[in-house]
Design a protein around this ligand. Sequence first.
Ligand code: GDP
Ligand code: MG
Length: 834
Amino acid sequence: MKETENIGAGEMKTCTRKMRLSDLKPGDTGVIIKILGHGAFRKRVMEIGFVKGREVRMILNAPLQDPIKFALMDYEVSLRRAEADLIEICDLDEWNGTGGGLGVADDKEESRVGETSCDVRRDKVINVALIGNPNCGKTSFFNYVSGAHEHVGNYAGVTVGAKEGTMRHKGYRFNIVDLPGTYSLSAYSPEELYVMRYLREETPDVIINVVVASNLERNMYLTTELIDMNRSMVIDLNMFDELKKSNARLDYDALGKMLGVPIVPTIASTGWGIERLLDTVIEVYEMKNPDTRHIHISLNPEIERAVSQLNDSLKKDPEVSAHFSPRFIAIKFLERDPEIEASLKKNPNYGEWCEIREKLETKTKRDLGEDVPSAISAEKYGFIQGALKETMTGSAANDEKTTKVIDSLVTSKLFGFPIFILVMWLTFWATFRIGSYPMEWIESLISWISGLIGKYMQAGPLKDLILDGIIGGVGGVIVFLPNILILYFFISFMEDSGYMARVAFIMDKLMHKMGLHGKSFIPMVMGFGCNVPAIMSTRIIESRSSRLITILINPFMSCSARIPIYVLLVGAFFPAHGATVFFGLYLLGILVAILTARLLRRFWFKADETPFVMELPPYRLPTAKATMRNMWSKAEQYLRKMGGLILVASIIIWALSYFPRYKMEDVPASYRAEIMADMPAKTLQTADKTKIDEMVLTEYQQSQSILGRTGKFIQPVMEPLDQTWQSCVSLLTGIAAKEVVVSTLSVLYVGDDDAEALSQRLKTPSAITGKAPFTPASALAFMVFVLIYFPCIAALSAIVREAGSWKYGLFSFLYNTILAWILAFLTLRIALLF
Ligand code: GDP
Ligand code: MG
């Protein structure tokens, strides 16, 4: 998505014809672009000169096709086929030809560092992966260095999937990948599996292992696994500010030497220390770092013996240990990691390995009374404790007073829920109330513009297109930008401060009653922003059935695209009780979600309880910069949507309501008579014949347009909800995006006065029928329908994608729409009683 945004076009060498060194035919030449494979192998081939940007020519195959002889610089080397298979190359012609374009900026950058050789420049790309526990600051780091605006939040599971970014530092280009957080490298949760597969397939040049300085013991478990993996690595001792504030002192240089991995302290949220960290990454990449060495974290003698037996056997088969070090594979095999297990199963020696493992398992059970994985992790924790004992004094455990005090309030039995409800109410009050001021400014700006156009442009289809289609459609929605930003400000604050994790915590019990987990509540709150990322964030939920339920109830969380509709109608019909109606709608959404979850658990998915501990991170005051960045990126997204999807949709809707064109002669007399019969007396008295003719024509025009016919076709279904054909059409077009509902209303209800605000037009009785487009009751029913009826295309496709089957999409479509109808009907009936 964001890959190459902040480097100019043409600077990057892309290779479309990637292949492996083993694919070269005799006499052919390729350029090395990447060395796959793990530590020891990489180091060796790089030492003999296989580095990025070098040309290699294949000379010949050995008689049995293995090994292969290559010419590299001025000498010849022979590689086994399996090894050559781990070197990725690019076709020479492509590399020298079209792929050329090393940009001007690049030249400047390079000459600054004093490098001139073109070949050297090509070498200078470092692929870096950020790996660490959830919530340790990886995304903050990523955003800081790459200038990206990825989602940061103070709870586990914010990042799903990998995000790539680029940056330059000291003549190198860093390709940085932000990965989801994991506690260890195994194949249990989706994130862990993701990271493991990433490490296997992508083989980053240097791993930045981000650890939380104030919680080293747990964070370093992952580090021990990465050490087993034997990859080039730097440890980022992040949140160093928290360590400094505590009374603990850590000699991180000594610790780094002990681990054989350099450690650099940083504060990712402000960027402190990141420069040095990147310098260290370069050092490690160039193999010039004095602290880097490979250590073995020794396990108990029995396990160690089994590991080394497996090790020897694994080493014999280069295929097996191509991507991970044999030691890592051996330990994972002993831990019965399903992923590693599967990759070894086909090997002829598999049976032998299993024997070694079974022997070890019985022995450990007998001698230690525990299973092998726990024995291994106990040893590793022992190692970490030992290392910390030597290098750290005092305790860094985060026993911050503020966190304790706040938690005793917000998670208490008595105040927990009231505080949460208050926070939500405040959020919606601000969204509606505070947002209404800037909204008015934008509104008057837009009506000023349309006034100008109305005055100076010549009448005709083009003027109609600009006024009714574009300004009506896009302008009608853009005024809600402030409201949406305010909502995002609150959500972002809740996420960043750590309050969101508490919300999940206090909701846990309630969620259990629905057969879900507190964790499911986070996607729900995120859904207030946009359902699409919220549905994606359900990946933090391990249990499949809980995840599916969370996905299916997410559309009931009223997303920000629905805000324009509410603000519009609430502002027009319930100005005095704005925040309450607003809040009521959101609450209704939550209620429907809860009920739906219960029903789904009861009738579709069997109960399952996956126990999971939710971490409660210490509270952290979000930085203004991060919050602003978040809001800015939301604003940008919104404006982009306006300029793209909404603009196109508005023009299409306008065209569909504008064509075919009719003249006065086309209007049948019967139609005219029908309209005249319904026309209010006031209009008949005040308007002259030409004016009335004009109105009748407009009415005929609209109702005979493609959109009008469609609206009239579906209107009977919505008749019991007291909806006009225009509102039916807007609901239909809302499939594309919920904002389009407002654009459509704005295009269809063109007032006499172009500059009149849409909210005004919606409550003014029409001169022709004498009826206003909405009554308070029908507006309420409309809002309820909008809240519940099926999600927009983007959300629907997210559901299908994440749930893995179109049948869930179909369910969401049908269930939500039918339910929306029923609830809107009830709302209308109840509202009419008052
Ligand atoms: P990720 O889950 O590893 O991607 O972590 P995030 O980047 O989402 O950050 C988690 C939380 O820690 C956010 O609330 C950040 O604002 C905060 N944070 C990140 N780095 C630091 C740091 O160095 N110091 C402090 N005090 N907070 C940080
Ligand atoms: Mg993250």
